[in-house]
Design a protein around this ligand. Sequence first.
Ligand SMILES: *[C@@H]1O[C@H](CO)[C@@H](O)[C@H](O)[C@H]1NC(C)=O
Ligand SMILES: *[C@@H]1O[C@H](CO)[C@@H](O)[C@H](O)[C@H]1NC(C)=O
Ligand SMILES: *[C@@H]1O[C@H](CO)[C@@H](O)[C@H](O)[C@H]1NC(C)=O
Length: 504
Amino acid sequence: MASWNAWMALVLMGIMLAEMAANSEAASRPNYGDALSKSILFFEGQRSGKLPPSQRMTWRKDSALRDGIQMGIQHPKIGIIKQVDLVGGYYDAGDNVKFNFPMAFTTTMLAWSVADFKPFFGSELPHALDAIQWATDYLLKCTSVPGFVVAQVGDGFADHNCWERPEDMDTPRTPFAVSRKYPGSELSAEIAAALAASSIVLRSSNRTYAARLLSRAKTVFNFANTYQGSYNDSLGPWVCSFYCSFSGYQDELIWAAAWIFRASKLPYYSSYVLDNLYKLDPPYNGGSFAEFGWDTKHAGINVLVSKLGFANHLQPNPFLTNADKFVCSVLPESPTKFVSYSPGGLLFKDGGSNMQHSTTLSFLLLVYARYTSTIKRTIRCGNVIAKPSRLAQLAKRQVDYILGDNPLNMSYMVGFGRKYPQRIHHRASSLPSIDVHPENIECQGGTSYFFSSNPNPNVLVGAIVGGPGINDKYSDSRADFPHSEPATYINAPLVGLLAFYNTH
Ligand SMILES: *[C@@H]1O[C@H](CO)[C@@H](O)[C@H](O)[C@H]1NC(C)=O
Ligand SMILES: *[C@@H]1O[C@H](CO)[C@@H](O)[C@H](O)[C@H]1NC(C)=O
Ligand SMILES: *[C@@H]1O[C@H](CO)[C@@H](O)[C@H](O)[C@H]1NC(C)=O
């Protein structure tokens, strides 16, 4: 009897130990599934236009319902062109302007997230596709008048001078466009890339719609390529204080061609990539390998085209060579590293909204890790050897840092975990909702909310903010916008990463 009791005690203790181990495992592993749902939900908080009955972030209401119709498309040099429906799309960040260049990049990255990680989305797939279509419905409107591509809706200066809810906006909703005579190839080509990438992932839900996206992508690419120029020169005074094009437009033309090739398999587009690659050469050294974002596509082109394989007959394959250089420019142990890391392990580059670099570069690392693992490629950075598992580990480390595994034990995703940013630089989130405060709050009427030390009344669930400083400290202050402002292009690549880590 006694020995049986002792045996039972041992068994029970074994079960308890196993449970403790499981609990501590659960405590250290972030809930990637929850983070995935929230990272997508965030896009509902950024919606402009008429909200559908399926809207889940219900403190947001309809806004900017007369965009385009009210003012027509404006061209500073040509004048008013035509009234056109430009309702919809996304507000860019904590403001109420629709900046189409970064919005298109956001869309491309959401679509790439689904294109490469679709099997891992589970029940979140329909929400991810909705987030993509919310953008493409709008981008179709922006490219509906032949010979024009809308670059921006809303006067950035007037908007930034106010702290008001999108639902109350009274600033000029001026729509600016590029044209044949006043081109903007980086803007137009990024929109083409977004439409093509989206057509790949929306095909299974609606073939007709996906075919429309691909056909429009080709038209807009042709426009961007035929009338070459930077939107800096056409719309500089309106766009350059916000989203100036620093790296030119050759990268977007090649990027768009690569996406149209992936969507269509037409050899014209792969030939375009190979024939024009040399044009990237002058800026194609040093730092640009470690750069991937709304302005600079180089590293993204190399990873994407490596995977597409159409350059495999070239010896050496310049895309693989350059994708390796990208890896060597970000790996902490690499002798040719071109980025910094905080003591807590977060990747850093100069400028505000640092988290965008962490999410975009991690996305590329994971995509390239999976590809190099299938072709059994080992990357050498000087004497340092980087296996695919190392790339994936670095990407995961960035995701974990964002979700709370950092010196402050703080999640940089709003509404996720125990501790997260409370005073994000975001007009709609920081002002009372229409439900609570139906009366209009005019341009300067929001000032007291901006300076209040209270947490934001509306939780913009899923938003990733610009993030901590390089010392891993975070001030959680609305005024500190380089750190406390969310942006759509910070979230978009994270969606794919979270889908993957939720199931791996
Ligand atoms: C599919 O897309 C087409 C073209 O945009 C649209 O007219 C149609 O209503 C869509 N069908 C469904 C089932 O959503
Ligand atoms: C756009 O303008 C910025 C700021 O003036 C400049 O640094 C950049 O080189 C310009 N880009 C192009 C493509 O002309
Ligand atoms: C973060 O969590 C760790 C482990 O639970 C703990 O040792 C540390 O003191 C925490 N740091 C802060 C700033 O709360």
